[in-house]
Design a protein around this ligand. Structure first.
Ligand code: NJP
Length: 239
């Protein structure tokens, strides 16, 4: 169903974004991958060696100029953009007292400005085509608060508000905007390591990638607004 489509995935060098890249490539989706480190080229090479059509860009998601260039190059190479996955994100988990203004600014630059810049860059194209899906990996803490992560939590609440408003703006153009809100996922997030025994019971990157495929491949008349995922072992508030 997704075969022949094109997706831009931010934060595809590792973790969730890399797993989505593999899953979409296996479904026949042409990929344009963004990461801020050189690692993004290694992921591209791995996928190209498997015979998939992939572009890669070492670009900071908060850079309007950099992201615009990705969109231009992607359209030149593949002709259209069907899916934008806003996935790149960083985490700082400290008390408010311990968090400094530089950390606060950088969290908002990457987690919020990055989502805005990437969405803004694809919107004219998707509106003109009257098609497209914009998915943002937000967080369970975009819906409820936790201690020792106020700055991060604030960015994810911002992302929820942004995505909701954008969804309403884009509805009349046939463009779907939704969020995937996972709890604890086994990745490299916030300086962690993927695959360590302590995270054995956490959500796997493939679980999140499957949710992306589900959301993106919904029939045209249907919008999946939000998917919330938790590991069974996570204790979280239920409304
Ligand atoms: O983290 P990680 P995840 N510009 O660290 C890239 C959310 N989430 O996969 O820049 C461009 O393994 C970075 O690549 P590079 C979370 O908030 C997670 O878990 O090359 N790219 C890497 O590919 C985030 O939104 C959990 O180093 C930038 C990727 O982002 C999303 O899941 C729970 C960048 C991060 O990979 C993916 O994070 C939750 C920039 N400025 C929500 N900065 C969880 N893991 O438990 C970073 O609720 N990247």
């Amino acid at each position: 169903m997704l075969a022949g489509q094109t997706a831009i995935i931010t934060g595809a060098s590792r973790g969730i974004g890399k797993a989505v890249a593999y899953k979409l490539a296996e479904q026949g989706v042409k990929l344009s991958l963004i990461g801020s480190s050189e690692e993004i080229y290694t992921v591209k090479e791995e996928l190209v060696q498997r015979g998939y059509e992939v572009l890669a860009f070492q670009v900071d998601v908060s850079s309007e100029e950099g992201v615009q260039q990705v969109v231009t190059e992607t359209l030149k190479a593949f002709g259209s953009i069907d899916i934008l996955l806003n996935n790149a994100g960083i985490g700082v988990f400290k008390t408010v007292e311990e968090t400094n203004v530089e950390e606060w600014k950088r969290l908002f630059e990457v987690n919020v400005q990055g989502v805005f810049v990437c969405a803004k860059a694809v919107v004219p194209h998707m509106k003109a085509r009257k098609a497209g899906t914009i998915i943002t990996i937000s967080s369970d803490v975009g819906r409820y608060t936790i201690p020792n992560g106020a700055a991060y939590t604030a960015t994810k609440y911002a992302v929820q508000g942004f995505s909701g408003s954008l969804a309403q703006e884009m509805r009349e153009y046939g463009v779907r905007v939704g969020t995937i809100n996972p709890g604890m996922v086994d990745t490299y997030f916030a300086g962690g390591t993927q695959g360590v025994p302590e995270k054995q019971e956490w959500i796997k990157v493939d679980d999140v990638a499957s949710a992306v495929v589900y959301m993106a491949s919904a029939p045209k008349h249907l919008i999946i607004d939000e998917i919330v995922l938790h590991p069974l072992i996570q204790n979280y508030p239920i409304a």
